[in-house]
Design a protein around this ligand. Sequence first.
Ligand SMILES: [Zn+2]
Length: 112
Amino acid sequence: MGDALQLDNPKQQLQQYYAGQQVESPNGGFLMLLGVRGNGDGSATAIFECNVSSLWYQIIIPKATRTERKKVREVLDVGGDPHCPRHGRSRKLTRAGKDLVCPDCGVAYAKA
Ligand SMILES: [Zn+2]
């Protein structure tokens, strides 16, 4: 996965990704998710393939903010089942080692 291209301004693509919408490719067409991997520092990298050009693009998914961590911690503290602060209620966090991770973001939002 080393030779994926960077997007110039992935803000819009990230928003579409979090909203569960189709992610627009800079070449027209759409970006199809190939996989998400954690970067070890709390952030993650999502790899997409453009369905028109077949080029691969990578988008860095930023690590959890203090506000996001707090939100998730508050749900945990009352015995709740927290969802991803970015993907919303349809996406529950799952345990991965010592972390609670969103399977779509690859981002850890709390310690399990
Ligand atoms: Zn998520």
